[in-house]
Ligand binder design. Sequence first.
Ligand SMILES: NC(=O)c1ccc[n+]([C@@H]2O[C@H](COP(=O)([O-])OP(=O)(O)OC[C@H]3O[C@@H](n4cnc5c(N)ncnc54)[C@H](OP(=O)(O)O)[C@@H]3O)[C@@H](O)[C@H]2O)c1
Length: 341
Amino acid sequence: MSNRMNRAWRLAARPTGAIKESDFRLAEEPIPVPKAGEVLVRTIYLSLDPTHRIWMSDIDQYMPPVQIDDVMRGGTIGIVEESQDPSLKRGEIVQGMWGWQEFACVPVAALRNRIAADDPTPLTAYMSVLGGTGLTAYFGLLDLGQPKAGETVVVSAAAGAVGSIVGQIAKIQGCRVVGIAGSDEKCRWLTGELGFDAAINYRRENVLDALRKHCPKGIDVDFENVGGETLDAVLTLVNNHARVVLCGLISTYNDDTQVAGPTKFANILMKRVKLQGFIITDFLKRFPEGRAQLAEWVNAGKLKYRVDLVQGLQNAPKALGKLFTGENKGKLIVQVSDEPK
Ligand SMILES: NC(=O)c1ccc[n+]([C@@H]2O[C@H](COP(=O)([O-])OP(=O)(O)OC[C@H]3O[C@@H](n4cnc5c(N)ncnc54)[C@H](OP(=O)(O)O)[C@@H]3O)[C@@H](O)[C@H]2O)c1
């Protein structure tokens, strides 16, 4: 091990507009040595998420921003190579947030999940449908959105990692589901394979007109991933007592100016709308419950998911941009090293 080095992406600059590769710096460093209570992990998978753009900026947010020269924060799955804690041994698979690097020393208390060696579930499922992505969809839709059978649910960024799960859970609840996505291919996937009732290509169609057509009884639940004009169109058509689940505002993340609020804000009053933001970590204690239900649906063939796997840590900064151009097809994950045989 002594001649191996650790490669880590460190934040080099705060981004302006779209993320650039030069916002990061690839450092080559000695592999750290674990202290008591820590494990040395080798990263297998790294999760790339829209929230990376938020963490890179020095703005008001739900966690401290990543500091210049810090290793970029990120969700990870890896294998224990060395353990200084009796509860974990070499070869065990663990999940955590040790960031964009090949190796890390992690306090055992900071790990989020342990995956049994004989678990037949693909590891990438723990980073997508059974990870933060699926759990965001599950708790956001069911706890905040409270959809009832027969209601109309609208999902934006619907073909993305979170959105595609939201729409399928809403179908399981017996709702009419309308997705908004950025290409005809994505829309065909939503209605063809995932069972959405309708899908709108926002790059080609007028979203308000299309929502009027596909939501003849108005909108009862909006799972909002995008914000901006999409949210304005939805707020135009909300029913009395509609719920807006504010999960994300990706259309504004690259905008460094003060982003304006919704133009249809008054409808929140007129229609007695409940609009609530949330961060998935609010539900940390209930993750086992959510994961069990999601796994049951996946195993029953009721929940499909796709993973967009990028090879090599060196490609992480470039790959991150795919989330903002819509090039990703499903949960964006970087494979940093091989899974154990
Ligand atoms: N609150 C939470 O705890 C939490 C947790 C996870 C994720 N989120 C939020 O959930 C949303 C989806 O995240 P994800 O991880 O599932 O990513 P994702 O949907 O797999 O990827 C992002 C997608 O957003 C769409 N998009 C990008 N820029 C856009 C724009 N300007 N206008 C409209 N659509 C745009 C693109 O799809 P198109 O091809 O359709 O444009 C892209 O594929 C994000 O807003 C994220 O911040 C929140």
